[in-house]
Write a protein of this length. Structure first.
Length: 135
Protein backbone atom coordinates (compact mmCIF):
# COMPACT_ATOMS: atom_id res chain seq x y z
CA UNK A 1 0.00 0.00 0.00
CA UNK A 2 2.89 2.39 0.69
CA UNK A 3 4.09 1.99 -2.94
CA UNK A 4 1.01 3.86 -4.16
CA UNK A 5 2.21 7.12 -2.65
CA UNK A 6 5.30 8.95 -3.79
CA UNK A 7 7.70 10.46 -1.24
CA UNK A 8 7.66 14.22 -0.73
CA UNK A 9 10.06 16.25 -2.89
CA UNK A 10 13.56 16.89 -1.61
CA UNK A 11 14.22 20.24 0.06
CA UNK A 12 15.64 23.01 -2.09
CA UNK A 13 14.36 23.84 -5.55
CA UNK A 14 12.62 20.68 -6.80
CA UNK A 15 11.20 22.40 -9.89
CA UNK A 16 14.50 23.91 -11.08
CA UNK A 17 14.88 21.43 -13.90
CA UNK A 18 11.25 21.91 -14.85
CA UNK A 19 11.67 25.69 -14.81
CA UNK A 20 14.67 25.45 -17.14
CA UNK A 21 12.79 23.23 -19.57
CA UNK A 22 9.82 25.59 -19.53
CA UNK A 23 11.98 28.66 -20.18
CA UNK A 24 13.84 26.83 -22.96
CA UNK A 25 10.49 25.93 -24.52
CA UNK A 26 9.29 29.53 -24.21
CA UNK A 27 12.46 30.75 -25.93
CA UNK A 28 11.45 28.79 -29.03
CA UNK A 29 7.74 29.56 -28.86
CA UNK A 30 8.30 33.28 -28.29
CA UNK A 31 9.94 33.42 -31.72
CA UNK A 32 6.55 32.61 -33.28
CA UNK A 33 4.98 35.77 -31.89
CA UNK A 34 7.91 38.15 -31.45
CA UNK A 35 10.43 37.04 -34.12
CA UNK A 36 13.95 37.34 -32.72
CA UNK A 37 12.97 39.69 -29.87
CA UNK A 38 11.49 36.95 -27.65
CA UNK A 39 14.55 34.66 -27.71
CA UNK A 40 16.82 37.71 -27.43
CA UNK A 41 15.08 38.84 -24.25
CA UNK A 42 15.23 35.37 -22.69
CA UNK A 43 18.90 35.00 -23.65
CA UNK A 44 19.82 38.42 -22.24
CA UNK A 45 18.08 37.67 -18.95
CA UNK A 46 19.72 34.26 -18.44
CA UNK A 47 23.09 34.47 -20.26
CA UNK A 48 25.17 35.18 -17.13
CA UNK A 49 23.59 32.49 -14.95
CA UNK A 50 25.81 29.40 -14.89
CA UNK A 51 23.03 27.14 -13.60
CA UNK A 52 20.77 27.91 -16.59
CA UNK A 53 22.72 25.97 -19.23
CA UNK A 54 19.69 24.57 -21.07
CA UNK A 55 17.88 27.91 -21.13
CA UNK A 56 20.92 29.86 -22.38
CA UNK A 57 21.75 27.30 -25.07
CA UNK A 58 18.20 26.98 -26.38
CA UNK A 59 17.54 30.73 -26.26
CA UNK A 60 20.72 31.27 -28.25
CA UNK A 61 19.70 28.57 -30.74
CA UNK A 62 16.21 30.07 -31.13
CA UNK A 63 17.74 33.54 -31.51
CA UNK A 64 20.12 32.38 -34.25
CA UNK A 65 17.32 30.59 -36.11
CA UNK A 66 14.94 33.55 -35.77
CA UNK A 67 17.60 35.93 -37.06
CA UNK A 68 18.26 33.61 -40.01
CA UNK A 69 14.56 33.49 -40.91
CA UNK A 70 14.23 37.25 -40.43
CA UNK A 71 17.18 37.93 -42.75
CA UNK A 72 15.77 35.55 -45.38
CA UNK A 73 12.32 37.13 -45.28
CA UNK A 74 13.58 40.72 -45.39
CA UNK A 75 15.90 39.87 -48.30
CA UNK A 76 13.04 38.26 -50.22
CA UNK A 77 10.81 41.27 -49.56
CA UNK A 78 13.43 43.72 -50.79
CA UNK A 79 14.12 41.70 -53.94
CA UNK A 80 10.40 41.22 -54.55
CA UNK A 81 9.64 44.93 -54.12
CA UNK A 82 12.52 45.88 -56.39
CA UNK A 83 11.86 43.37 -59.17
CA UNK A 84 8.08 43.65 -58.86
CA UNK A 85 8.17 46.89 -60.83
CA UNK A 86 9.27 45.08 -64.00
CA UNK A 87 6.20 44.05 -66.03
CA UNK A 88 5.37 40.36 -66.46
CA UNK A 89 8.77 38.76 -65.64
CA UNK A 90 9.17 40.86 -62.50
CA UNK A 91 5.64 40.07 -61.45
CA UNK A 92 6.23 36.34 -61.88
CA UNK A 93 9.46 36.50 -59.90
CA UNK A 94 7.72 38.52 -57.18
CA UNK A 95 4.94 35.90 -56.98
CA UNK A 96 7.51 33.10 -56.75
CA UNK A 97 9.35 34.97 -54.01
CA UNK A 98 6.07 35.46 -52.16
CA UNK A 99 5.42 31.70 -52.33
CA UNK A 100 9.00 31.09 -51.18
CA UNK A 101 8.44 33.41 -48.20
CA UNK A 102 5.25 31.51 -47.32
CA UNK A 103 7.18 28.22 -47.46
CA UNK A 104 9.94 29.67 -45.25
CA UNK A 105 7.31 30.78 -42.73
CA UNK A 106 5.62 27.38 -42.68
CA UNK A 107 8.91 25.47 -42.32
CA UNK A 108 10.02 27.88 -39.58
CA UNK A 109 6.75 27.37 -37.70
CA UNK A 110 7.09 23.58 -37.83
CA UNK A 111 10.76 23.68 -36.76
CA UNK A 112 10.02 26.09 -33.89
CA UNK A 113 7.28 23.82 -32.57
CA UNK A 114 9.54 20.75 -32.89
CA UNK A 115 12.31 22.62 -31.05
CA UNK A 116 9.92 23.68 -28.29
CA UNK A 117 8.81 20.08 -27.77
CA UNK A 118 12.42 18.85 -27.59
CA UNK A 119 13.41 21.66 -25.22
CA UNK A 120 10.47 20.84 -22.97
CA UNK A 121 11.79 17.26 -22.83
CA UNK A 122 15.14 18.64 -21.66
CA UNK A 123 16.98 17.91 -24.92
CA UNK A 124 19.38 20.29 -26.63
CA UNK A 125 17.83 20.94 -30.07
CA UNK A 126 19.77 22.15 -33.12
CA UNK A 127 17.98 23.59 -36.12
CA UNK A 128 18.93 22.04 -39.48
CA UNK A 129 19.84 25.45 -40.88
CA UNK A 130 20.74 28.55 -38.93
CA UNK A 131 23.44 31.16 -39.14
CA UNK A 132 25.48 31.13 -35.93
CA UNK A 133 25.42 34.88 -35.42
CA UNK A 134 25.27 34.77 -31.61
CA UNK A 135 27.88 32.51 -30.04
Amino acid sequence: MSDAFSPPPAPGNPSGDSDQRTMAMLAHLSAILFSFLGPLLIWLIHKDQADKGLVVDQAKEALNFSLTVFILLVTCMIISATIGWIPVIGWLIAIMLFLFMAAIGLVALVLLIMAAIKANEGQYYRYPFALRLVK
